[in-house]
Design a protein around this ligand. Sequence first.
Ligand code: FAD
Ligand code: SF4
Length: 472
Amino acid sequence: MGKVTGFLEFERNDRDYAPVEERVRHYREFVIPLPDDEVKKQAARCMSCGIPYCHNGCPVNNQIPDWNDLVYLSDWRGAARNLHSTNNFPEVTGRICPAPCEASCTLNLDDNPVTIKTIECAIVDRAYAEGWIVPEPPAIKTGKKVAIIGSGPAGLACAQQLARAGHDAHVFEKSAKAGGLLRYGIPDFKLEKGVIDTRVTQMEAEGVTFHYKAHVGVNVPADRLVAEYDAVVLAGGAEKPRDLPIPGRELKGIHFAMDFLPQQNRRISGEALGKAEPILATGKKVVVIGGGDTGSDCIGTSIRQGAVSVTNFEIMPQPPEHEDKLLTWPDWPLKLRTSSSHEEGAKRDFSVMTVEFVGEGGKVKKIRCARCDDKFKPIAGTEFDIEADLVLLAMGFVHPVHEGLVKALGPDLDARGNVKADTDAYRTSLPKVFVAGDMRRGQSLVVWAIREGRQCAHAVDKYLMGTTLLPR
Ligand SMILES: Cc1cc2nc3c(=O)[nH]c(=O)nc-3n(C[C@H](O)[C@H](O)[C@H](O)COP(=O)(O)OP(=O)(O)OC[C@H]3O[C@@H](n4cnc5c(N)ncnc54)[C@H](O)[C@@H]3O)c2cc1C
Ligand code: SF4
C-alpha cells in the first residue's frame, strides 16, 4: 500500500468529458485524461484491502491493488507488466468497460470508489507512449495449428495467448478487419479504431495469421478447418438480434441497431458499405427502442449525424437513481445509468411498450405506444403516438447466428441457443472444437469475452500439449 492515509487525504477525481456542444461535432474519443501526477494521487487512495473486492469484481481478476501501488510509487513500467499479466487489451477495457471493479471497491460503500478504470487506461496509454509494449513472440514453436473463428475480443485474446504459447494461431474473420464488435459495433467516439490496429500489429509480429473476408460455413468450409487444424475455437459472438414482430414491422425506416452502427464505423474508416442501403439519422426524428449499451450508442451516433430529435424507449421501469449499498455491494447494482450519449440530448422514457408501427407510402411515420405494467402488459387508456422516421431496434441479441457455421458443424446448444460448453474445458460436444465469448455465454461484455478467450486458450494448450503454463 503506497500511501496509508491516501484515501483520507485525496478526493475521488475522475476523467472529464469534452463539452457536449464540442464533442457532438465529431466522432473522436472525447474523454480527457488526467495528468500523471493526479493519476498517482488517485492510485494512492487505494487501501490495499485485506480482501480486495475489486479484484473479484473484475472478470479478468486484474491485480488492482498491486498496480495501484506501483503507480503511486511511479513504477509505471511494473504496473504495465502487472496489468498485462491478466488482461490482453487493457487499452480497450480502460476505455469502454462499465467497470464492475469500481462497483465492488470498498470505497464505493460511500460512493467514492478508486478510479480504477482511469488508472488502468493511464497505465496502458503510458506503456504505449514509452514503447514498452512490444511483440512477445514465443521462444519455441510447438508445430500445432489452431483455427480461431471470429476476431472479437474473445477470439483475439485466445489467439494472442495461443501464439505466445508457441502454436500457429490462424484467425478467420468474415469482415474486412479484426475486432468484432469493438470494430463495428462500438462507435469511434467511445473507442477509436487505431487502438485495435495497434494491437493487431503486435499480434501479427507474434505470429498470429489473420484471414479476412473468410466467412466460415459460407465461403470457407467449416469441416475443412476441423480436418486441417489441431484444434478449432469458435468465437463468433452472439449476433442474432432480438426482433419486434408487431404490426408495421415491414415498413421502411425500421432497422436493427447493428445494421446502423457498423455503417458509421465503416464510413469513418473509409471501408466500403457494399450493397447495403445507407441508413442515416440526418434530419430525422429517431426513436431508439432498447435502453442498454447498444441503444446508447445509437443515440450518440444519431446525434452526431444530425438527427432532429432522438427518443429512447425502454420497456423496463425506470430503476432507482441510487442503489441501496447494504443490499447490493459488492455486486453490480441495478440503478439508473446515464451514459455520455444520453447526456447529449436524448429524451428517455421507461415502462413504454411499442404496440404498432404506422406508416405512409410504405415508410414508418409514427409509433403507437402504451405504458406497461410490471408484467409488461399495456395499461388501457395510456396509449400515445410518437412521430418517427427512423426506428432503431436495440433490444439485445438472442444467441449466435445458427445459419452457416453452427449448422454446418452441429455442436450441442444450450437452452438459450448458445453453443454449449463449460468454463473449465471450454469444449463443445464435438472433438477438438472449443468455444468462447458471447457465442458460449450469450451477449455480455468485452471484459468477459477477454476472460473467456484467455481461459479457452489455457484449455486448448492443455488439450494439445497435455500441460500448460498459460494463466487462466
Ligand atoms: C453496439 C454495442 C455496444 C457495446 N458496447 C459495449 C461496451 O461499451 N462495453 C462492453 O464491455 N461491452 C459492450 N458491448 C458488448 C461487447 O461488445 C461484446 O460482449 C463482445 O464484443 C463479445 O466479444 P466476442 O469476441 O465474443 O464476440 P464479437 O465481438 O461479436 O466478435 C465475433 C466475431 O466473429 C465474427 N464471426 C461470426 N461468425 C463468423 C463466421 N462464421 N466466420 C468468420 N467470422 C465470424 C464476427 O464477424 C465478429 O468479428 C457492446 C455490444 C454492442 C452490440
Ligand atoms: S477494493 Fe478499492 S480500496 Fe480496496 S484494494 Fe480494491 S481498489 Fe483498493
